[in-house]
Design a protein around this ligand. Structure first.
Ligand code: UDP
Ligand code: MG
Length: 316
């Protein structure tokens, strides 16, 4: 749980193998924040980087101990866990998250703050000129659409991590202890007055995205199943319709065979086999989905700590 608030602004940045980006990030971020003229802190979480990121963060902490805090994980737990660990320790009234790879220009932070000052408790950025591969951009449009249909979350661009949150929203996220940690969506569900602003998007400064195709699928599955049980309900409806359909088909086959004496040679076998396979596959999707929810319940019930902090660098 976060300590009592005593700062106007906290910046939260997850870092995973960003040694090539950190020097530029430091050079651009600190001047922007110094110029805003509010007291601030920057919390970096080193998410088990295998490169020299932690050395660079240590050096930065030594250079600016007044405003720099570093959380060092013992292993890689993922971007959202890294942000969560920082959320548990923030001291600011307004909390801003951004990526370490400079895809979210630090120069856009004042835009978010202006919208927060105008009375919002949650400001999401949406990328004006998205600089990602065609595949990434298109896939996230599809996911955005699915999310809109299955949850009550309204967001132009769920993938943009340049966002500002009020302390109350952050405290609610921390208290929820949610096993699902798609932070922008979680924050939205606690916000009273959410707003959005357009922000610039740049190409990754150096290196390649840490997200493989597989981890993106996992993340998005998290997003859908973590915020509604709509998938279960859709599944049940679909399963109901398909069993009605298969039943009607069986009736039709019997009528053709016995009332009209058709299909004498081919009756049954192949058609029924197809039906059985179809019903079976529907059942298997259902088992998988139920398993997902059961698995989540298990994780929550087990209440194992979700990450382990090796060390925290901070000046009290
Ligand atoms: N990141 C992290 N842990 C991970 C993967 C990524 O802390 O396991 C950080 C990464 O250093 C960056 C941010 O999360 O600051 C976004 O990661 P990335 O740029 O790889 O994702 P993309 O921009 O491709 O969505
Ligand atoms: Mg990136």
């Amino acid at each position: 749980m976060s300590t009592a608030s005593n700062l106007p602004l906290s910046i939260v940045i997850p870092v995973y193998n960003e040694e090539l980006n950190l020097p530029t990030l430091f050079a651009r971020l600190y001047p922007v924040l110094d110029a805003i003229g509010r007291r601030y802190e920057i919390i970096f979480t080193n998410d088990g980087s295998a490169d020299r990121s932690i050395e660079l963060l240590r050096a930065q902490h030594a250079a600016r101990p007044d405003v720099t805090r570093v959380i060092d994980f013992n292993a890689n737990y993922g971007q959202h866990m890294a942000i969560m660990a920082a959320f548990e320790r923030v001291r600011g009234d307004i909390i801003v998250t951004l990526d370490a790879d400079l895809q979210n220009p630090p120069e856009e932070i004042p835009k978010l703050l202006a919208q927060m000052d105008a009375g919002s408790d949650y400001v999401g950025g949406y990328r004006l000129n998205r600089q990602d591969s065609f595949f990434r951009t298109y896939a996230s449009k599809v996911i955005n659409y699915v999310r809109e249909k299955t949850t009550s979350i309204e967001m132009t661009d769920q993938g943009c991590m340049l966002r500002a949150y009020s302390r109350a929203v952050i405290d609610a996220i921390v208290r929820s202890g949610a096993i699902n940690t798609f932070i922008p969506a979680l924050a939205y569900s606690f916000a009273g007055n959410p707003a959005e602003v357009g922000v610039k998007h740049e190409e990754r400064h150096a290196g390649v995205s840490n997200y493989s195709f597989y981890s993106l699928i996992r993340l998005n599955f998290d997003l859908i199943t973590g915020f509604s049980i709509a998938p279960l309900q859709y599944f049940t409806m679909f399963a109901g319709l398909s069993s009605l359909g298969s039943f009607a088909l069986v009736v039709l086959l019997f009528v053709r065979r016995f009332a009209f004496n058709l299909d004498r040679e081919t009756f049954g076998v192949f058609t029924l086999l197809a039906i059985v396979l179809f019903v079976l596959s529907v059942a298997m999707i259902g088992i998988g989905l139920i398993g997902e929810y059961v698995g989540r319940t298990y994780q929550v019930v087990r209440a194992r700590q979700r990450y382990h902090v090796k060390e925290v660098l901070e000046t009290k």
